[in-house]
Design a protein around this ligand. Sequence first.
Ligand code: IMP
Length: 192
Amino acid sequence: MILVADLETVATLVLEEADIQSRIAEMGDALTRDFYQRDPVFVVMLSGSVPFAADLLRCVKTTCEIDFMGLNRFGESGRVGVTLDTSTPLFDRHVVIVEDIVDTGLTLKVLRTMMLDRGAQSVSTVALLDKHRRRMADVPIEYRGFEVGDEFLVGYGLDWKGKFRNLRSLWAVLDLDLLEQQAGVMGRAVAG
Ligand code: IMP
């Protein structure tokens, strides 16, 4: 609670835990309906999508597999580096990419191409958040939780310099400079 009280000085609440969870339950129902007995592979993008994937995939009521992938994107060139690759063979499988947020869409575009190049039978994306106003690449998002504005967001997997992924709710940072000044205080609050 100390953490949230501190965060309120530099950020504003965007989505409460209950709203996130009820939307995730709906998304889980949609995935269950569409992939029932089709044995999909969910490819979870590290690290921000981990809390979302953990909650979402427990709402998916059909047999599935879960794998992970880490990517670094270099600017707007479309070039990416793979920091961790999947180990599940994806040939002929129904692949569902699990993303915390789609911003420019450049990462997702590369990822979709990679999955198709590996011979996936189908590739679709489930994203909790869509910053659609900032889109640069035209990519489909088949399952979308919420449309959000272009503010910088933290919490529920989203980070600022690696921090705040562990918050249960989602916050928009009002002042990144002030956050920088106060980050040490909040870090101690988390640790304590
Ligand atoms: P894209 O290639 O621009 O779509 O990048 C998507 C990635 O950018 C996400 O997976 C996040 O890691 C990161 N990202 C985009 N917006 C935010 C934000 O508001 N807060 C934290 N990370 C973000």
